[in-house]
Ligand binder design. Structure first.
Ligand code: ADP
Ligand code: MG
Length: 612
């Protein structure tokens, strides 16, 4: 059967799931964990490290370890996002050739989708190892609030990783799918998702297999990281008060602090008080070693972060308003994301909605499970599962005066399309430039620019006489496309899009190729490793048999020769292993196999002789 995986590509953690025997299930990674940190690092020897391997070395290698790359995907260099990340992260970000953001790791510059692709490739591998067959299709989730650029860049990441992204779905919708799977529910639910980097809330109407998102809102810059920063800030200030030493510039110390802040925060979801012990946190220029020893209580944590939780509640209020609902109209609240384990979050959400949140879903796994359910439904074209999603942002164009003219309103069900008629403003004008934007501001400049479209090859005619109808479509993935038609002649007009962020088609093709050859190399080196292990085992077995064989054949000339030969084979094998030569290793393995066969033969004959 054709397997399609569902992947929750999170800011902090990534999770992969499949449908197995009709039931969605998460595939654990090599370490047995359901979630894999969304981290990528390049080691000193140039080795690519993903997930737990990257996370484990972050303290000693912060500048070459990329985390929370999802905050940068599909964003522009001169955006607030870019600036904020540049100020807070220890790794280096640089401007890309298309006004996009790139990451510099050890003299090599990577695009953002490439880094995401490393994570996706790892998830693909986890699934392939589990299933024992190759996987080339996936459904990937994104925050509901992602705009077109971010969705497109996520699709690109899938492509680079060797995955055809058959659908992009919104994380809250995926969560609702998993929540309502196989239950034939009829209810209105809110999905509250607070992860490591983003906050999302959606109101859905579930009825007999139809999952309709009524409204959605969120903040792509509100999550656990913000909570960590608050705790760090507190620790830095306390440390400064105690020691008089400022440690903000000490990268290693900051990384350890961040780690400790998160750990303490998670612990405080279960206990009232915790300690933060960081021996040798900082060494002053005069060589004085400074240690941190602090305690943090739930109350302190809540005081430090309460306004962040309140902010999420305000967004919930806005979502309800745009759904034209009140809290009492909802039947259930589904909590998603690791941060919802924080008791303050649970309390505030319960108080706002006036309902105890649903306990039946796993906050870490529910999104990936929903993606797998959607994947399964797309492959089997399940008619009883219908997913109606909405576009999170209004789509429009820039008109005279720098104003934003809306063509598709926020929260319109997708897929959808809208037309707009453009006319020429000059005599013999042959081209028109159209700026397509997404956002809610009336000023075009304050919205997210998706692309610049040049409508060319127009008929030469007096101004105002050429009318071109441009159709803007939003696909089920939430991805925007544009087409144009001359109204008088009915002729399709050509439209070229100038990449405003991300990668060009050529760059993408190149990266796909690079990624394929990387995977081939990786597989080859894994194959060598496997052979090496087999060879080592064979050598051990043969060595273990030497005394017995020697005894069995003692005295015979044939015996002496055979033993000498076997010894030579083993020695050669050991040399091959030391050299790591894969090709000769295969030959040597065969010789080892023959030797072992011969040994077994001798032993067998001997035992037969003994029984006679
Ligand atoms: P994302 O969707 O961004 O990938 P997750 O849903 O995996 O993120 O959530 C990760 C966040 O959840 C991190 O900030 C982490 O610190 C936080 N988290 C995980 N477990 C707990 C816990 N027990 N208590 C509080 N926060 C937690
Ligand atoms: Mg998430």
């Amino acid at each position: 059967m054709d397997h399609v995986v569902g992947i929750d590509l999170g800011t902090t953690n990534t999770c992969v799931a499949i449908i197995e025997a009709g039931t969605p299930r998460v595939i654990p990674n090599k370490g047995g964990y359901a979630i894999t940190p969304s981290m990528v690092a390049i080691s000193e020897s140039g080795k690519r490290l993903v997930g737990h391997l990257a996370k484990r070395q972050v303290v000693t290698n912060p500048v070459n370890t990329i985390y929370a790359v999802k905050r940068l995907i599909g964003r522009k260099w001169n955006s607030t996002a870019g600036r904020t990340v540049a100020q807070t992260c220890p790794y280096t970000i640089v401007e890309g050739p298309h006004g996009d953001i790139r990451l510099k790791i050890r003299e090599h510059v990577y695009s953002v989708p490439e880094i995401s692709a490393f994570i996706l490739a790892e998830m693909k591998m986890i699934a392939e190892q589990y299933l024992g067959s190759p996987i080339d299709k996936a459904v990937i989730t994104v925050p509901a609030y992602f705009n077109d650029n971010q969705r497109q860049a996520t699709k690109d990441a899938g492509r680079i990783a060797g995955l055809e992204v058959i659908r992009i779905i919104n994380e809250p919708t995926a969560a609702a799918l998993a929540y309502g799977f196989g239950k034939n529910l009829e209810r209105k639910v809110a999905v509250y998702d607070l992860g490591g980097g983003t906050f999302d809330v959606s109101i859905l109407d579930i009825g007999h297999g139809v999952f309709e998102v009524i409204s959605t809102a969120g903040d792509t810059f509100l999550g656990g990281e913000n909570f960590d920063l608050r705790v760090m800030q507190y620790l830095i200030e306390t440390f400064e008060e105690d020691t008089g030493v400022a440690i903000r510039e000490d990268r290693m110390a900051m990384q350890r602090l961040k780690d400790a802040a998160e750990k303490a925060r998670c612990e405080l979801s279960n206990v009232r008080e915790t300690t933060i012990e960081l021996p040798f946190l900082h060494t002053t220029p005069s060589g004085r070693h400074l240690h941190m020893h602090e305690t943090l209580t739930v109350q302190q944590l809540e005081d430090l972060t309460e306004d962040l939780v309140d902010e999420t509640v305000k967004i919930c209020q806005r979502t309800l308003e745009s759904a034209k609902l009140e809290a009492k109209d909802l039947d259930d609240v589904v909590l998603v994301g690791g941060m919802t384990r924080m008791p303050l979050v649970q309390r505030k959400v319960a108080a706002f909605f006036g309902i105890e949140p649903c306990k039946g879903v796993h906050p870490d796994e529910v999104v990936a499970l929903g993606a797998a359910i959607q994947a399964g439904a797309l492959v089997d074209s399940t008619p009883e599962l219908l997913l109606l999603d909405v576009t999170p942002h209004s789509l429009g164009i820039m008109i005279v005066g720098g104003y934003f003219h809306r063509l598709i309103e926020q929260n319109t069900t997708i897929p959808t399309r809208a037309g707009h008629v453009f006319t020429t403003v000059r005599d013999n004008q042959t081209s028109v430039k159209i700026l397509v934007l997404q956002g809610e501001s009336d000023k075009a400049a304050e919205n997210e620019m998706l692309g610049e479209f040049i409508l060319s090859g127009l008929r030469r005619a007096p101004r105002g006489q050429v009318e071109v109808e441009v159709t803007f479509s939003i696909s089920v993935d939430g991805i925007v496309s544009v087409s144009a038609k001359d109204l008088e002649t009915g002729r399709e007009q050509s439209i070229t899009v100038t990449a405003t962020s991300g990668l060009t088609e050529d760059e993408l093709k190149d990266l796909v190729k690079q990624s394929q050859s990387y995977m081939l190399e990786l597989r080859a080196s894994e194959e060598i490793e496997r052979r090496r292990q087999q060879a080592e085992k064979l050598i051990d077995t043969i060595r273990g048999l030497f005394p017995q064989v020697q005894e069995a054949m003692s005295g015979t000339r044939f015996g002496r020769d055979a033993i000498a030969k076997a010894e030579a084979v083993v020695q050669r094998a050991e040399e091959d292993l030391a050299r790591g030569d894969a090709r000769t290793l295969l030959d040597t393995m065969q010789s080892l196999d023959r030797t072992l066969g011969m040994f077994k033969n001798v032993m067998h004959k001997k035992s037969e002789a003994a029984h006679r």
